[in-house]
Design a protein around this ligand. Sequence first.
Ligand code: GTR
Length: 431
Amino acid sequence: MSRTTLPIFMITALLVGEDFAEAQQKTANYDESKIPRYTLPELLKTQVGKTISTAEAWANTRRPELLALFEQHVFGKTPTAATWGKVDFKVTQVKNDALNGKATRKFIHISLPEHPTWQGMEVMLYIPNGLSQPAPCFVGPSFGGNHAVSTEKDVPLSTRWMRASKEKGVVDSRATEDSRANEASRWPLEMIIAQGCAVATYYYGDIEPDHTDGWKEGLRAVLSKDGAAAEWKDGQWGAIGAWAWGLSRIADYLETDADVNAKHLAVIGHSRLGKTSLWAGAQDQRFGVVISNNSGEGGAAIMRRNIGETTAIITKAFPHWFTKTYTSYSNNDAACPIDHHMLIALAAPRAIYIASAVEDTWADPKGEFLSGLHAEPAYTLFGKKGYGISEQPAIDSPVGDSIAYHVRTGKHDVTSYDWEQYLKFAKKHLK
Ligand code: GTR
């Protein structure tokens, strides 16, 4: 039988990675009435059945317990500082008249001197000029590298592995001159700078190429005592954990940069990098604001809803994003001791913004809304307010206080509408 005569379900079975996920987008369930009944694990009840009723008990008992559950079942455990050792920051360039004189642009090379086989990460930082005080700063990873985020032609092209994309000018898994600014619409630098905020970003592939075998060439293999020969075991960190680690190392650097107020950091990410930003924000409390843009399954969406992307699909398409154990919840979500409202609650009492797009049904906008709603009891313990409503709001009508949400018009993307909300939100909460 030739491949073209194979039935569709058999062709799908042959696909892997991004292609598999894309094929599933066409056949997934998008019908609310077909979601099986589910019960969410209780946010304020510990594993031994103790009810959490104070902020103190949340901080000392439930938060550490939930963090450990997310390590064990979803993202894997981030190694401790003793594993990676010293972190070196080298400011490799400072340009005082970036963005037509409106900003100072710095490049910072972050490396691990005790692990020289890791090539390190290249951070690009824009700081508004003319401020009388250190700037609050957004910290987020990019899909395409610094040259893709910025419209400035003198930003060095990343030389690392890139996902195949003709439209993004990627040739033989490498960026080319045609790759410049392909992500600029998602990073409206002038708008952010004009609001008095700084932005620090790095290419997620600096940590690990985003494919099933990528870890062998990335930080996870470098830090493992068995190197690329290691077999990944239950509970060990996946790629999302490693990318999130990169965000915390940027926070480390920012603590040394007098132009930035490292007490006013907002972590942000889109899609798989939104899952990354949530996990970075859950672990690292230096991020006073956490932003999830269309993070979907494995991010803000409730995993038990089985609508759009499911645990079964994501762990088959992208097993490397998670710890191995997560795959065992494929078609078995009810057995997982957590759901993703708990990931949102791990930001408490810090401010968190969840954003959906109405056409992004793959990411389950309603499930993203619900995780924020069901995270609210953790915020209440601290006297903080959540959405203030219990039904998903109308399109383009942001709601909420310390937990905020919007579903905007349009597709899976980051737009200036999203950024307008994030800027207002960050300025309100980073005080
Ligand atoms: C999709 C994946 C989603 C989302 C997205 C992205 O293929 O199924 O979970 O992360 O990729 O990162 O763009």
